[in-house]
Design a binder for this molecule. Structure first.
Ligand SMILES: Nc1ncnc2c1ncn2[C@@H]1O[C@H](COP(=O)(O)OP(=O)(O)OP(=O)(O)O)[C@@H](O)[C@H]1O
Ligand code: SF4
Ligand SMILES: [Mg+2]
Length: 351
């Protein structure tokens, strides 16, 4: 596995004491794979991305049985080792690219900085300057910006949102990372611009075998290349597995609700389809419910749901729900040993 996250817990401080905002989250990204992490606003996607990148403020406590990149433990490596890995092998793009680009530098200066010195061959500084400029032009062309001269002379505030995101992607791919973490890179973009960005990422994934961890708020914005899908709600993993299986026969009410809502928004639902929408909103960090955190909003919740459901594994499909959906599909042709709990039952802290 290229990225292997096992039982990641991120604890923050609330007025009532420490809170596990992210609770025992596990997922992995294989070499060359696109993995989508989907969750409503506040579910913890950016916290997870920041914990992987090592960007989290020290007020957050990060623990994990494993936070490995290519077999190396990101949690125990020194700051300089981590900078080396993050700077070369992992890159990240953000929801609001303009706020991450330096407002005082031109696009040429910023992209020029992203090119590694080891990629330049010339011995003389003037030769290297020319080479760097050529590479900036190539990068702009690769992200679909043909008017390279105008783009190079621009400052971030002069760029459209789509162009700024393309510059950020160009900066991220300049050193050919093995893993790209994309934290909602197309939220609030026009559908046509979103499609352009997805096509661009899809091309780099295909041509460089670049792995992508794509974070999205809804099912309508997952990349078509996504092989695995993980659903996050309020810091807990609800369901994870092959994208196609989760979209067609989800085991978890949260997956079903988000999928149906997305199909409805794209008008692919039969007329009068019952929408299993989730009423209410995600709970704030200082007011997390006990047991299954989806409980107060779940249409299927019953008394047992105040106990945290075990994560169950069915081949490569994981789900955490006491009353899973599609149970006929689940057990079709399977023995009892095929459905196993990955963790022993755990006492809920508050019980
Ligand atoms: N700097 C912070 N200080 C206090 N709480 C925070 C901070 N950053 C995040 N949180 C809390 O942590 C939880 C997860 O937030 P996070 O930003 O990771 O969610 P998200 O899934 O990225 O949401 P969005 O889709 O809106 O970006 C939320 O309850 C949020 O209020
Ligand atoms: S465990 Fe209960 S509350 Fe949670 S998703 Fe399943 S049915 Fe709903
Ligand atoms: Mg976020």
């Amino acid at each position: 596995m290229l990225l292997d996250v096992r039982n990641l817990t991120i604890t923050g401080q609330s007025d009532h004491g420490p809170v596990d905002v992210i609770e025992r989250v596990s997922f992995s990204v294989a070499e060359g794979e696109v993995h989508s992490l989907v969750g409503e606003s506040g579910s913890g996607k950016s916290l997870i991305a920041s914990a992987i990148m090592g960007f989290l403020d020290p007020k957050w406590q990060v623990r994990a049985d494993r936070l490995w990149f290519d077999g190396q433990d990101l949690l125990t490596m020194s700051a300089s080792e981590r900078r080396q890995v993050i700077g070369v092998d992992i890159a990240m793009i953000f929801q609001d690219p303009r706020s991450y680009l330096d407002p005082n530098d031109t696009v040429e200066a910023q992209l020029g900085e992203a090119i590694l010195n080891s990629d330049l061959k010339s011995k003389h500084w003037w030769g290297r300057r020319k080479e760097r400029r050529q590479k900036v032009i190539q990068l702009l062309h690769r992200v679909g910006i043909k008017e390279h001269q105008a783009a190079m002379e621009s400052y971030p505030f002069e760029l459209s949102e789509g162009a700024a995101q393309k510059i950020m992607i160009a900066s991220a791919i300049a050193h050919r990372p093995r893993l790209l973490i994309a934290d909602e890179p197309t939220t609030a973009m026009e559908p046509a611009t979103r499609q352009q960005i997805y096509r661009l990422l899809g091309r780099f994934h295909a041509s460089h075998k670049m792995s992508i961890l794509m974070m999205s708020q809804d099912m309508g914005t997952i990349m078509p290349e996504s092989e695995r899908l993980t659903l996050l709600y309020s810091g807990q993993i609800m369901e994870s597995g092959p994208t196609k299986a989760l979209l067609t026969e989800p085991f978890h009410p949260y997956t079903k609700a988000l999928t149906t809502t997305s199909l409805y928004q794209q008008s692919q639902c039969e007329p009068k389809t019952h929408l299993p929408t989730l009423s209410g909103a995600a709970p704030p960090m200082h007011h997390l419910p006990i047991g299954c955190r989806l409980g107060p909003r779940c249409p299927n919740a019953r008394r047992k749901c105040v106990i945290t459901p075990q994560t169950r594994k069915l081949r490569s499909h994981f789900y955490a729900c006491h009353y899973p959906l599609n149970s006929a599909a689940k057990t079709r042709g399977l023995s009892r040993q095929d459905i196993i709990a990955t963790k022993p039952a755990r006492e809920n802290k508050d019980e």
